[in-house]
Structures are given as structure tokens and as C-alpha cells.
Design a binder for this molecule. Sequence first.
Ligand code: PAF
Length: 282
Amino acid sequence: MQVFQNPQELTNFIKKLKREGKSVGFVPTMGYLHNGHLSLVRCAKKENDTVVVSIFVNPTQFGKGEDFDRYPRDLDRDLRLLQKEGVDIVFAPQIEDMYPEGFSTFVEETKLSQRWEGEFRPGHFKGVCTIVLKLFNIVKPDKAYFGEKDFQQLKVIQKMVKDLNLDVEIVGCPIVREDDGLAMSSRNVYLSEEERKQATALYQSFQLAQKLVKEGLRDPRRLEEEIINFLKKFPLIKRIDYVTVVGEDTLEPAEEIKGKERILVAVRMPSARLIDNWKLEV
Ligand code: PAF
């Protein structure tokens, strides 16, 4: 496994691989890897000759007062895990390598990114699109892998790729959950023991919602109400940022549940903000 810090050195190396006819699969991450990330790596390994994983906690996607400084980091552990998975290349740049003095160009998707996470984390998707486009330009992947856990992010990136004619295929991969249903996330380490227990409320609310839909409920607003009432029973869920049933492609509130809808949820616990989503089956 080769580890690169310098963007230009990595690009030169990738160009050489491409001249040899090798396909490149790319998994962008912010590190502190868990099984969700590793599932993306495994998927990339199956479908490409070379797999590149980036590890970079991107400052521009964190708002003021968010957790950039305390975001968990452990590069040595990440490298060990990636080596075990048989990853070919790791790209782990420093902030100055990605945002040198005087950096002044940003990329913004202006439709799918406005609501939900966009509303509660202004500027977040601008930071995500900017870093992902930069990473694509450096790594030149044929395919790039993103988890459905950040469903809105996946959709925004797909839209950026389409709108800007980027020559990369975006592959969305299913959410990986703990045994009790909590979606894996690097931020789960913030949770206290009691918060961790109550964090399963999100998954349980999806189970309830899915049951109601199976029983015939088709009104998205009523379903949202049922989920909210359920989540309110958990005292450590201090705030519900949003619970919404949206069309999978538009991310706009659905008018009826027909089989192409997702529930998107974001809540705040004392030590962490959790987001999760669920594809409704009719
Ligand atoms: O999903 C993430 O971990 C980040 O948003 C990404 C895509 C690596 C960009 O920093």
C-alpha cells in the first residue's frame, strides 16, 4: 500500500496507472474508519483494478461551532485497517496541500443542497462539493463510492457530476448498521453510554414507519407525525432538526407514499447530532 500526501505526486502516479490501462476506484473519507467505510472499500475492490482511499478531515464543510477540532482522528489505525483490506493507495494530505494560502474557488450545488442538512448546516455542501471535486481532479477515478448514510450528500454529488459533466461514475452503497440498528458513523464515539442506547430510537422509528406503511398508511405528513411522536419519547433526543418523507430523486417532501420515498431524520443528543435515513418499501 502506498501512502501519498502530495496531490501532484499522486496525480502523476495515477496517470501512469491509467496509461497501463488500470481502472481506478475511489473511496473518499474523513478517516476514523468503521465497517461502513470498509464496505465501500470492498465494493470498490470488486469493481476496479486499483483502489484509492483518501483520508482528509475537510475544514470547509464544518460550520462555526461544529466539531472540526474534536472530529476523531487516528491515521495509524486507519492505515492498518486499509492495509488489511488490500487497498492500493491512500491519499492523506495536510490542510495546506488542499487549501494553500490564497485559495478562493468553491463549487456550489444550488437545488438539492438547500433543504434539510443544507438548512441546518449552512455552507456544508459547498465545502463537500469543493473538496470532492478537488479529490476527483487529483485521483481521476473511474468510479467513486459514497455511503447512503449521507443520502443528501450522495444526491448532491451525483447532481454535481451530472451538471459539470464530470467523467466519473458515482456508486451509492447501502448503510451499514450496528446489531441494534444504529447506523455506523465516526461520530458515534461522541455518545455517552446512555445516549448510545437511546440512539437506536432512529432505527426503531424507521421500523415503526415501515410497519405503518405495510399496513396501508400512505400520507407522508401523518407518517412524519408518527415518527416525531415516537422520537419524543426518548429524553436524550433533545431536539429534532427534521423528520421528512421525501422523493428519492427530488429530496422534496413527497405527496404520497408510492415506493420511491425516503425518510430523512436529523436529531440532536447532548454530545452528538445524528442523521439517518430509510428507504420505504410499499
Ligand atoms: O462523507 C464524508 O466523509 C465526507 O463528506 C467526504 C465525502 C469525504 C468529503 O469530505
